[in-house]
Design a protein. Structure first.
Length: 310
C-alpha cells in the first residue's frame, strides 16, 4: 500500500444547536491525524454552499451523522445531507464502512438509520471505537496513513489519550487495544556507533542510550554533548517527543521482557521525553510497564536520543 497524496475526508453532518459538540469532535479528529470536513470551517465566503456540500459528501470516505435530541426531529439541511449520503452508501460494497451514526447524547436513532451500528460519543470509549471503525475501513481501501510524528516539544501537553488513539500507539493504561506501529527497523552503524533507523516513521535512534540514569537537566546536557561530539556523524540529536517515544512501544513484550523491540538495548527501560506539563513536570516512557506518565523532573531516567532522517 502507498501513502495517500489526497488524505480521506470525513464529512460531519449536524444541526446548528450541536455546533459546540461537533466542533470538539472536529478538533479531536484533526488531533488524531485525520482530515474531517465541517461546513463552518471548510466553506469559503462566496461559495455556493449547496454545491460545496454535495461535492464534499461525494468526495468523503466517511459520513458521520451526528445525532442528538436536537437533531432527530429537525427538518432542514441536515436531512438533505443524510438523504444524499444514503444514496452514496448504496453504491458502496456491502461490508464497507461509510455511513456512521454518531450519538452525541442518549437520543433515539431514527428508524431509517437503525440498520447502521452507531457509536455513542458520550460514552467513555466512544471516540476510540469511532477511530477503530475509521482505521478498519481505511485499511480495507488500501489507504496508509502517513506516520508523521511531532518533533517539537510542548510545555502543556493535553489530550494524551486522543493523541495515542489517533496514531494507534499502544499504552497499557490509555490505549491498550492499539496495534502499535508496523515498524520497518534497519540496524546501522556509523563511526562505530550503533543506530536503529525506523523507515516507517523516518526516525533514527540510538540503539542503546545513556549508560546511567539522568535527571532532566542532565539529560539535556547529555544531548548537547552528543551533538558536540558529532555522535555517529550528526549534530541534530534531541530528546524525543512523547509521540516519538511511544512509537517504540510494542503491544506485547519482546524477548527482552520489555514492550520494545529487542533490536534496542534493554538497559534503557525508562526514557525521558522533551514534553512537559509544567515547569517541574515532564513526560516519560516506561518500556517495562508499557505506558507513559508524567511526574516531577527530580527522578532520574535514561536517555535515548533521536533525530529525523526525512
Amino acid at each position: 500500500m502507498a501513502e495517500s497524496e489526497n488524505p480521506p475526508r470525513i464529512f460531519l453532518s449536524y444541526t446548528r444547536k450541536d455546533s459546540a459538540n461537533v466542533k470538539e469532535l472536529y478538533q479531536k479528529l484533526k488531533q488524531a491525524g485525520y482530515h474531517p470536513w465541517l461546513d463552518i470551517e471548510d466553506i469559503l465566503p462566496g461559495q455556493d454552499w449547496e454545491q460545496v456540500l454535495i461535492k464534499a459528501i461525494n468526495d468523503a470516505v466517511f459520513f458521520l451523522a451526528c445525532l442528538s435530541t436536537n437533531s432527530i426531529d429537525h427538518r432542514g439541511v441536515v436531512q438533505q445531507e443524510i438523504k444524499h449520503a444514503l444514496q452514496v452508501w448504496r453504491r458502496k460494497l456491502d461490508d464497507d464502512i461509510y455511513f456512521i451514526p454518531v450519538r452525541l447524547n442518549d437520543c433515539k436513532v431514527p428508524e431509517a438509520l437503525a440498520k447502521f451500528n452507531w457509536v455513542d460519543l458520550f460514552q467513555e470509549h466512544g471516540f476510540s471505537r469511532l477511530l477503530t471503525a475509521i482505521r478498519t475501513q481505511m485499511e480495507r481501501l488500501g489507504y496508509v496513513q502517513k506516520i508523521t510524528l511531532r518533533t517539537q516539544p510542548m510545555d502543556e501537553l493535553e489530550e494524551v489519550r486522543i493523541l495515542l488513539q489517533g496514531r494507534d500507539l499502544f499504552d497499557n493504561d490509555k490505549n491498550w487495544m492499539a496495534k502499535g506501529i508496523k515498524h520497518q527497523y534497519e540496524i546501522s552503524e556509523r563511526n562505530g556507533k550503533k543506530l536503529v533507523i525506523d523507515n516507517a516513521t523516518g526516525l533514527m535512534w540510538q540503539q542503546n542510550g545513556s549508560e546511567k540514569h539522568l535527571r532532566i537537566a542532565d539529560a539535556e546536557i547529555y544531548m548537547q554533548q552528543l551533538n558536540r561530539d558529532k555522535f555517529a556523524g550528526f549534530t541534530d540529536w534531541r530528546l524525543p517527543t512523547l509521540e516519538e517515544g511511544m512509537s517504540l512501544m510494542e503491544p506485547k513484550k519482546s524477548r527482552n521482557g520489555l514492550y520494545i523491540s529487542a533490536v534496542f538495548d534493554e538497559k534503557q527501560r525508562w526514557i525521558w521525553t522533551a514534553d512537559k506539563n509544567a515547569v517541574d513536570m515532564a513526560w516519560s516512557v516506561y518500556f517495562d510497564f508499557g505506558n507513559c506518565s508524567y511526574g516531577r523532573v527530580d527522578p532520574s531516567y535514561y536517555v535515548r536520543a533521536v533525530r529525523s532522517v526525512r
